[in-house]
Design a protein around this ligand. Structure first.
Ligand SMILES: Cc1cc2nc3c(=O)[nH]c(=O)nc-3n(C[C@H](O)[C@H](O)[C@H](O)COP(=O)(O)OP(=O)(O)OC[C@H]3O[C@@H](n4cnc5c(N)ncnc54)[C@H](O)[C@@H]3O)c2cc1C
Length: 460
């Protein structure tokens, strides 16, 4: 069997490793224009916590161990589905029996005059971060303006707050994190940012960027006001990379449409990650969930199915967790579309909690809080567990509405830990990743106490 994988992000690398777990003989070719890495790790490189190498998720050695033919640094430019070939940028081609498309997404660039200046950039690729760090070395306390206050934009703000920078966030919606938080929780996050000396301008549109004296960048807003910065970071959303499949028989909508086996509309062609529009755990229609956990799950399920297993994917849970300069902001599932809810809004202490129900189920949740608040991080984890295992709540729904800060009782009573422990994505225990930076052993949590806990909840 000849497998070809296009992409070098988490969807691609997880597919590659999973194929090898299920098929020790087939040939696997990986085509990626960037070195295999995790974009999610880029903010940590940006704020100096890790090195560039620590963002990588494969290297020549690990690829050789997996017997993967590496085409890293190459672009796939054309699909010939009749001949079952992928044409690469040099004109040569790879033949496949099974193809996995994991081309990810790319930042959207808004039509703003002056946006092509070198000091205006996205923060999406390894070379974006490299470029930004080079600019930092010239500036003692760079003034950075962010256009866009969505999920990735706010992650970057949180990362850069750890450096000596003056940050301004400009968002055209009336609130920050408009697709992730409701107005009340976003207002708490904005007030928090004010205490952290981050300027936030909402309901504002940048119409022009001009370069003035001393290489200052002036961002002119629609209302005529101006913001001055050394660097401008564009974080105005992403769009699936569909160019490769344009004009082919592969069906697309917002992304490449895939079924619960991650199959596209063309036989033997699979897709996953940011580029795919697939089953959603709390939605009736397929969705693009451009987040790392979905990319990982897609890669594993697609890899297993490509290699002959029969694994149905239950659907992705939209989950966004952002550390907004020390304030945790979390959104899960369909928090906008329930028929019942409980809301706690304590703006004085920066605590917000919204649990959203549909019928007998919890279908979404929002949290804002500081990590040291009693139970905050535990509750985030337990609510995620309830959403992932989807128990019928029965009388615990009313209990949660009356006691939204006591998630632990329903979590235990509904046997969520047992359900989580006995659930595996591929129907068997997961295996350790092949690649580790510097071949370092993972810091294991598998202590005697951990094993005892697992034994206690594992169904007999
Ligand atoms: C700064 C930042 C922070 C983030 N933080 C989080 C977070 O905290 N939590 C979270 O859940 N998500 C986060 N994300 C989003 C997450 O990184 C993405 O959802 C995830 O990377 C998607 O994985 P993927 O494998 O689908 O695509 P990608 O990781 O985008 O990988 C696709 C790869 O394929 C390559 N490629 C595309 N087309 C071709 C072609 N034709 N030929 C060859 N190669 C090609 C691309 O260049 C790219 O390297 C963050 C993203 C960024 C940028």
């Amino acid at each position: 069997m000849r497998y070809v994988i296009i992409g070098g992000g988490p969807a691609a690398t997880n597919a590659m490793e999973t194929i090898r777990q299920f098929d020790s003989d087939g040939s696997i070719a990986l085509v990626s224009d960037e070195p295999a890495h995790s974009r999610m790790a880029l903010p940590y490189w940006l704020n100096g916590k890790i090195s560039r190498e620590q963002t990588l998720t494969a290297d020549d050695d690990s690829l050789a161990r997996l017997r993967v033919e590496s085409h890293v640094g190459r672009r796939a430019v054309q699909l010939d589905l009749d001949q079952r070939r992928v044409v690469l940028d040099g004109g040569d081609a790879l033949e496949f029996d099974k193809l996995f498309l994991a081309t990810g997404s790319s930042p959207v660039t808004p039509p703003i005059e002056g946006i092509d200046h070198p000091d205006v950039q996205t923060m999406w690729t390894l070379s974006d971060v490299e470029k930004c760090l080079e600019r930092f070395s010239d500036l003692a306390c760079p003034r950075i303006a962010f256009i866009g206050a969505g999920f990735v934009g706010m992650i970057l703000v949180g990362a850069l707050a750890h450096r000596q920078c003056k940050l301004t966030v400009i968002e055209q919606a009336d609130q920050i994190l408009p697709r992730m938080l409701d107005a009340a929780s976003a207002s708490q996050a904005e007030n928090w940012l004010a205490t952290r000396d981050v300027d936030v301008v909402t309901g504002a549109q940048v119409v022009r960027i001009s370069v003035c004296e001393g290489n200052d960048k002036h961002l002119e807003l629609a209302d005529g006001s101006k913001i001055t910065a050394d660097l401008v970071v564009l974080a105005t959303g992403v769009r699936p990379n569909l160019r490769l499949v344009e004009g082919t028989a592969i069906r697309t909508d917002q992304g490449i449409v895939v079924d619960d086996h991650l199959r596209t509309s063309v036989d033997s062609v699979y897709a996953g990650g940011d580029v795919a529009q697939g089953p959603s755990l709390y939605g009736d229609t397929p969705a693009v969930h451009a987040i790392q956990p979905t990319a990982v799950d897609h890669g594993r399920v697609a890899g297993a199915n490509m290699a002959g297993a029969d694994v149905a994917y239950p659907g992705s849970l939209l989950m966004n967790v952002v550390d907004v300069c020390g304030l945790q902001c979390v959104s899960y599932g369909n928090w906008q579309s329930g028929d019942d809810e409980v809301v706690i809004d304590n703006s004085r202490d920066f605590i917000y909690r919204r649990l959203v129900f549909r019928g007998d189920h919890l279908v979404g949740a929002l949290f804002v809080g500081r990590p040291h608040e009693v139970g905050m991080l535990n509750d985030i984890g337990m609510v995620k567990g309830i959403l992932q295992t989807r128990p019928a709540l029965g009388s615990w729904k009313e209990y949660l509405k009356q006691n939204p800060f006591d998630v632990r009782r329903p979590y235990i009573a509904l046997k969520v830990p047992e359900r989580l422990v006995s659930t595996t994505l591929l129907g068997r225990p997961s295996q350790p990743r092949q690649y580790r930076h510097g071949n370092a052993e993972p810091q294991s949590t598998n202590t005697p106490a951990h094993r005892w806990l697992l034994d206690a909840v594992r169904p007999s």
